[in-house]
Design a protein around this ligand. Structure first.
Ligand code: ADP
Ligand code: MG
Length: 298
């Protein structure tokens, strides 16, 4: 049998900053696979020449989401793509939180505002009546264009909402879950099974400020999730509209004011999987990738 040809799909930023990437490539090569890092938007890539393409650090997709989803659909028709294009499409827009809520998964209470909606003073006041709020776009990553506002800063929050709507973005307004300051939990799953978890500090350390240079994962530390957290994360995974479990998934949870774990986001496209200090997690992922490549029938 010839070596499995595997593309680990990344971006310019990913090539530079993705610390999981070299580990995955090295481990796959040590197992005899022909693994290469390829930027999703690189020209002249023959995706059909790979037995498998695994999306990992396509960290520039949010600003070009239409192009990215179209790429995933095209690549998915030429090679086996994980996570699959349909899952990429569904999870690229955080309106999937509604689907999760509809399936009984505890999620951060969210109001979505569509561009074109006329929000007068009164409408805006009603939208922001949750006390301290977070405003962010529905298609986003890395805390881009995301900010929190205390009640006395609601005029700034309203400006933020309007500026996103003016740029044609769907906007999300959520209560600011203050217990994020005790740590957001990120639970990593490989082929549907829990692998490992980390805890990270709050990203929106200052209120009233949009700062796109923020560190998206401050103060990462290993974490052992509670049973309740595992249950919430598994419920989120079970709600993904796909027949097969995702190759990889990260479920980010924050405790609400009654200390109940709630889903902040379900990362199925390009999450950092924090494999650096987790050789066990790396092995699980690499084994799962090799299994998918083998199943490609070469
Ligand atoms: N409702 C919220 N309450 C508290 N913190 C939040 C809230 N929404 C976002 N944050 C903070 O902003 C960060 C980025 O938001 P998130 O929804 O995870 O989007 P992204 O896709 O950009 O990671 C989170 O990791 C968290 O620190
Ligand atoms: Mg996040």
């Amino acid at each position: 049998m010839s070596a499995a040809r595997i593309a680990i799909v990344t971006s310019q930023a990913g090539m530079e900053w993705d610390t999981d990437l070299p580990l995955i490539l090295e481990s796959l090569r040590a197992e005899g696979a022909a693994a290469t890092a390829v930027a999703w938007d690189a020209r002249d890539v023959e995706w059909g020449g790979f037995d498998l393409a695994v999306i990992r650090s396509t960290w520039d997709y949010a600003e070009r989401v239409g192009e990215f989803v179209a790429w995933a659909e095209r690549a998915g028709g030429l090679t086996r793509l994980w996570n699959p294009a349909s899952v990429v499409r569904w999870s690229s827009d955080k309106r999937y939180l509604r689907d999760l809520a509809g399936r009984g998964v505890p999620v951060v209470p969210t109001r979505f505002v569509e561009p074109g909606a006329a929000y007068d003073e009164e409408g805006m006041a009603a939208l922001l009546d949750a006390g301290a709020v977070v405003v962010k776009p529905a298609v986003s990553a890395g805390a881009f264009d995301t900010a929190r506002y205390e009640p006395e800063q609601h005029a700034d929050a309203a400006r933020h909402v309007r500026s996103l709507l003016d740029r044609g973005r769907v906007v999300m307004v959520q209560p600011y879950l203050r217990l994020v300051e005790e740590g957001e939990r990120a639970l990593v799953f490989v082929a549907g099974a829990f692998s490992h978890a980390i805890r990270k500090g709050p990203v929106l350390t200052e209120s009233g400020v949009i700062d796109n240079a923020r560190v998206p994962h401050p103060g990462v530390a290993p974490y052992q999730p509670s049973e309740e957290e595992l249950t919430a994360a598994l419920a989120a995974l079970a709600a993904i509209p796909a027949a097969e479990a995702p190759l990889f998934a990260r479920v980010d949870l924050v405790l609400d004011e009654s200390r109940r774990p709630t889903v902040m986001e379900l990362e199925l496209i390009e999450p950092n999987l924090f494999l650096g200090d987790r050789p066990d997690g790396l092995k699980r992922l690499v084994d799962a990738i090799l299994a998918k490549a083998g199943a490609a029938g070469h």
